[in-house]
Design a protein around this ligand. Structure first.
Ligand code: ATP
Ligand code: MG
Length: 440
């Protein structure tokens, strides 16, 4: 879809949104800008979500005031951002983001032009000020280019976003392939909005996805971590996973796992990953905590087993050493494109490490294991493995489930009842320290 110079204007009594649905602080910001002589609109996700009956996460404002002019109007204003400068107006815990309308990046002879693109067409800098039409043109999807004006409470629709909302279509503004090349993360955003809003991706917007999926390799690893978290922690992780797979995007994020899933589409691996996302969604929707450590432990589990096996065979390493080296390898491979912060990779290591210790329960071992900070997550992970079909661990998981319900005496009884079972198998190993995590 294209942006037109003449927006469709839908009046205050026609669009059905009442001002009360907006954050009072956002309305305050709009009035302050208006009274300062500037244009100001609410834009993007908040208008879209309210029209669709969802609760907006946050309220974004655009204005023709420059960041410095915004700063002069508000005492509680902080200027932020490197890629583009933004103003944050801070009201206690709520932050209203105020952006200056952004324009185009052509006209290379222009000295003030501070927008650049790479030879793959990716936008590197994008902070030229512009008109509202230009601002609409550089937004991603038509449903995200709806502007609510404080002057007359009307909605200004530059890209047929209202029609797209009615048709439940995620539709790229401009030429989809060009826009994906400018910023490949838009491919992930298309998926995220489709599942979040229960919409489909319009045919022309969908068409380039498979072909361009590998452009995600050019995105900085820190940004990809942020975007994958948004995909996995918004209560739609399972649907996002399936849709990312469908468009070849999952492959660019998790190449090793993706090829394992491809080689055995009905296997245990797929079942475990799908179940993990299903459980994640359930927890999120019940407002329970989810840690990225668990999600990444699961996503990298099968690649870890694969690498461990290869190291055992090729390098003649013991299972223990191969597993330890495998952890380093799988995490450093992943860090090439997704920068998972250390606190989460350490958590994933603990979860993996404990998997091998869960059957060693004799003496004080079971008790000591439960004192480890990641024990509960590791137990949940074993539960997940059994849920996904590893029936050989069913008894073990039942034992632990039972154990966790007992008081200290009951626990001692359970350990005693194990007899020789549950002791370290084979010859006793000298105790070893956990392998040192390698730099990732
Ligand atoms: P949500 O906050 O629910 O994830 P949102 O639409 O508010 O959805 P944000 O990431 O907060 O998404 O971005 C706010 C607005 O900025 C979007 O609605 C869109 O108009 C614009 N925008 C954000 N990211 C991009 C991008 N990569 N390319 C073009 N426009 C973008
Ligand atoms: Mg938002």
């Amino acid at each position: 879809t294209q942006v037109s110079a003449q927006p469709l204007i839908v009046g205050r009594n026609e669009h059905g949104i009442s001002r009360k649905q907006f954050s009072p602080n956002a309305i305050k910001v709009l009035y302050r800008l208006k009274d300062g002589g500037f244009d100001a609109y609410l834009v993007g996700g908040c208008i879209r979500d309210i029209l669709l009956g969802q609760q907006p996460k946050d309220f974004d404002v655009v204005t023709n005031a420059t960041p410095d002019q915004v700063k002069k109007l508000f005492r509680n204003c902080r200027l932020i951002g490197r890629r583009f400068r933004l103003a944050h107006i801070v009201f206690g815990r709520e932050i209203i983001e105020v952006a200056t309308m952004r324009g185009h990046h052509e006209a290379p002879e222009d000295k003030n032009q501070i927008s650049q693109s790479s030879d793959q067409g990716q936008l590197l800098r994008d902070n030229v000020f512009g008109s509202i039409e230009e601002d609409a043109e550089r937004r991603d999807f038509s449903i995200n280019a709806l502007y609510y004006s404080i002057n007359d409470f009307s909605i200004h629709d530059y890209a047929n976003g209202l029609a797209a909302i009615n048709a439940r279509q995620i539709e790229m503004i401009g030429d989809p392939a060009t826009r994906y090349r400018e910023d490949p993360v838009r491919m992930l955003r298309a998926v995220r909005f489709a599942t979040k809003l229960d919409m489909s991706i319009a045919p022309a917007t969908e068409q380039p996805l498979n072909e361009l999926a590998s452009l995600l390799d050019n995105i900085p690893a820190a940004r990809l971590f942020e975007e994958t978290l948004k995909l996995f922690l918004n209560g739609k992780a399972e649907a996002n996973f399936l849709m990312l797979r469908k468009y070849g995007l999952f492959k660019s994020l998790f190449p090793a796992l993706d090829s394992i899933l491809d080689s055995n589409p009905d296997g245990l691996e797929f079942a475990l990953i799908q179940q993990m996302f299903r459980n994640t969604d359930e927890r999120i929707n019940a407002e329970k905590k989810v840690t990225p450590a668990f999600i990444f432990a699961a996503l990298l589990w099968f690649p870890l087993l694969q690498i461990t096996k290869a190291l055992q065979e090729q390098e003649q390493l013991s299972e223990y050493d191969a597993f330890a080296q495998g952890m380093n390898k799988v995490l450093s491979d992943n860090a090439q494109h997704i920068a998972v912060p250390k606190r989460f990779t350490l958590g994933a290591r603990d979860i993996w490490h404990i998997q091998h210790r869960l059957d060693k329960r004799s003496g004080q071992r079971a008790y000591r294991l439960t004192q480890q900070p990641r024990f509960k997550a590791a137990y949940d992970f074993l539960l997940l493995r059994v849920q996904a079909g590893e029936k050989q661990h069913q008894q073990l998981v039942n034992w632990w489930t039972d154990y966790l319900k007992q008081d200290i005496n009951g626990q001692k009884e359970l350990v005693k009842a194990l007899g020789t079972q549950g002791a370290t198998k084979g010859r006793r190993r000298t105790r070893r320290r956990s392998p040192k995590p390698a730099a990732e």
